[in-house]
Ligand binder design. Structure first.
Ligand SMILES: [Zn+2]
Length: 525
């Protein structure tokens, strides 16, 4: 299969041209800070070695030392062999001297995670495309790179949306015409099915089925319309052979379609993958980050044909796990949610979990909130999440929180104090919410007993939710209050006065409510 059609080549070239001088954005994607830190770590070591007087007069030994570090720092960041690096430094120090600055780069510090978070925000929380990688204020230590990896591994959704915003802004793309907007939380009646059991050393295999293949075909027609209107399509996918954490219908991974063409007679969509190292088509010169989806035979997947779809590596210990075996740099993806970008407006959310909710998980509540607002082309973006162990801390007293008798009234002193503390610094997440961003906190109990309260101090939009009572629609409902919505008497509405009484599987936002949300100071365009 020749993926290099003139149209796809041109689309990749113009995609890259949006980031002049800064290819790391699309080459490193969601692992930007991890890989940039390793680059900087190796660069710093190289300079130290070159400046070592005794080593620099012996070029073969200098090159040998540089190559040693280059080899050790390649490969998976969590597997970098610290012991053998320290052994080498022990050998080199008596011979050449001056190894202390290099040694310091392999010592963990207490700010590793905060330093990684700060670099992450510097690149992704701004609206523009940085002209080149910014200099980080912190040392490029191995521990910082590893902390960055732990932080970034779950950031495919966020990085996709943040990067899309930058690219769309630079291209000057406004809201899409109604006929091109897609917000399908389960495209074509998608469902998850077990397709093959585990066998020998191979894992089982799951596939996405489509109960309504005609709706899938209609959705791909809209994808083409969205691309023709200069938009992108955010695709939620099943990645590899298995749905590892079984949170279906919440997508396992996310990729962004930005062009379409016909490849080998097949309807094809070109995408960028935030997990860039997993999408590379060896036969093209596009490099890391780019892949192709095929829409055919009631499927929307990276498989070229049935044989390609069947031949996926199921050895979970292999580096190629989940890749198409006939072109092992291509990871297998099957699409089941679609969302066109840009959306009309975005509301940003910071989630603080003082007590994990019992009746529905934070992920479930967030997924519902994203879905119900997305159905009206409004984006809910979780900018940070912090899980806080309050035992023995000054936050412990808020676990039983007095919220007052009037939900529409002024916040109680306790609520005001909690919101101020949660905003005071970014806490563990390191992300400090700005004035028009929402802070939502889950605490053990509200007094008097209730699901939630959206009363908050002025200029500090936020809500508190009861971890024991809040259900799957509570978060979406409270976001509505914060954006200016009042209660509805209709049990089909998201803003029905009791979220526990909502009868619809996907409650509605009325047209006038959508207008109110869009006019709210929380709605960022
Ligand atoms: Zn309410």
């Amino acid at each position: 299969m020749n993926f290099n059609t003139p149209k796809f080549d041109a689309a990749v070239t113009s995609f890259k041209a949006l980031c002049p001088g800064h290819p790391q954005l699309f080459q490193y994607g969601q692992f930007y800070v991890t890989r940039r830190t390793i680059d900087d770590l190796f660069g710093t070591i190289t300079v130290e070695l070159q400046n070592n007087l005794r080593l620099s007069i012996n070029p073969p030994e200098l090159n040998g030392a540089i190559n040693f570090f280059k080899t050790k720092l390649s490969g998976r960041v969590m597997n970098i062999p610290l012991a053998s690096i320290n052994t080498m430094l022990d050998v080199m120090d008596p011979v050449y001297g001056g190894m202390a600055p290099i040694r310091a780069l392999f010592v963990a510090g207490k700010n590793d995670r905060a330093n990684a978070q700060s670099d992450f925000d510097a690149v992704w929380s701004t609206p523009d495309i940085p002209a080149a990688p910014a200099l980080s204020g912190s040392a490029p230590t191995l521990a910082k790179a590893q902390a960055a990896y732990q932080l970034e591994r779950d950031k495919c959704f966020y990085v996709l949306r943040a990067f899309a915003k930058k690219l769309l802004k630079k291209r000057g793309v406004g809201p899409l015409p109604q006929a091109a907007i897609i917000s399908d939380m389960l495209v074509g009646g998608a469902f998850l099915k077990d397709a093959a059991p585990a066998r020998g050393t191979e894992t089982g295999r799951q596939e996405i089925g489509y109960g309504a293949p005609n709706l899938l075909a209609a959705a791909t027609a809209r994808m083409r319309a969205a691309i023709n209107a200069d938009g992108y399509i955010h695709c939620g996918v099943l990645s590899g052979a298995m749905h590892e954490n079984s949170k279906f219908p919440q997508p396992e991974h996310h990729v962004m379609v930005f062009a379409h063409d016909t490849v080998g007679g097949r309807d094809a969509f070109l995408f960028w993958d935030p997990d860039a190292a997993h999408s590379e088509i060896a036969s093209t010169n596009w490099g890391q980050g780019f892949g192709v989806l095929f829409s055919r035979a009631g499927r929307l997947t990276t498989a070229v044909d049935d044989a390609d779809f069947a031949a996926v590596d199921r050895h979970s210990a292999a580096d190629t796990f989940g890749d198409h075996t006939n072109d092992p740099l291509r990871h297998c993806y099957q699409v089941y949610t679609l969302q066109t970008l840009p959306m009309r407006a975005a509301l940003k959310l910071h989630v603080k979990v003082l007590q994990p909710p019992a009746r529905a998980s934070v992920d479930d509540m967030l997924f519902n909130a994203v879905a119900v607002y997305a159905s009206r082309d409004i984006e809910i973006l979780e900018a940070s999440r912090e899980i806080i162990d309050t035992a023995g801390t000054e936050l412990e007293k808020f676990q039983t929180l007095y919220v007052g008798d009037d939900p529409a009234g002024a916040p109680t002193a306790e609520v005001t104090e909690l919101h101020s503390m949660l905003r005071a610094d970014g806490g563990e997440s390191g992300v400090e919410p700005v004035a028009n961003e929402i802070v939502v906190a889950f605490v053990r109990t509200l007094v008097p007993a209730g699901f939630a309260s959206a009363s908050h101090p002025p200029e500090q939009p936020g809500a508190v939710l009861s971890a024991s009572l809040a259900g799957e629609w509570a978060l979406a409902h409270e976001i509505g209050h914060l954006a200016g919505l009042e209660h509805s008497a209709d049990a089909n509405d998201l803003m029905f006065k009791s979220t526990a009484g909502i009868v619809e599987a996907s409650p509605a936002l009325r047209d006038d409510e959508v207008a109110t949300v869009l006019a709210s100071p929380l709605a960022q365009v």
